[in-house]
Design a protein around this ligand. Structure first.
Ligand code: SME
Length: 137
């Protein structure tokens, strides 16, 4: 398969493409599961840099998706009690798990400064993006 460096470069390009071209995608990142520890690690991102480069499973929206294996669409981040704020401007968020051979290996995370920015069309699109990445990992 491809080296991790090459995959990270492609993830970085995808983050920038989405963040630059899609109006409501203010922050885009890929958090990937560690091989042996129950933590997510930020492999690529576009938008304001975040301090949250490592997230334990179960913590925040991202950590919950690592455990649930389900899409998580957040219309209003202020209504979430298990939430990690990366920016005071963020109003809504979507996290879509990425699967390889049926295993949850990571996720794409999008933050928006617009409330209720994400719908089923975003979910289907981001599932497709994740499938493309999973295919090269
Ligand atoms: N908001 C996320 C943390 C990652 S930042 O959005 C970049 C969460 O609650 O898990």
């Amino acid at each position: 398969g491809s080296s991790n460096g090459t995959v990270k470069d492609k993830m970085q390009a995808v983050c920038e493409l989405l963040q630059i071209n899609l109006e409501t995608y203010d922050w885009v990142g890929f958090y990937m599961a560690h091989e042996s520890e129950p933590t997510l690690h930020l492999w690529a991102q576009a938008g304001e840099p975040t301090d949250h480069t490592v997230i334990p499973f179960g913590k925040g929206i991202c950590g919950q998706v690592a455990v649930s294996n389900q899409n998580f669409v957040v219309d209003d981040v202020t209504a979430q009690d298990n939430y990690i704020a990366c920016s005071i401007y963020v109003k809504s968020e979507v996290v879509i798990p990425m699967f390889k051979n049926g295993k949850n290996i990571g996720q794409i995370d999008i933050d928006s400064n617009t409330p209720k920015a994400f719908d089923e069309k975003d979910e289907r699109f981001l599932e497709w993006v994740n499938e493309q990445i999973a295919a090269i990992i």
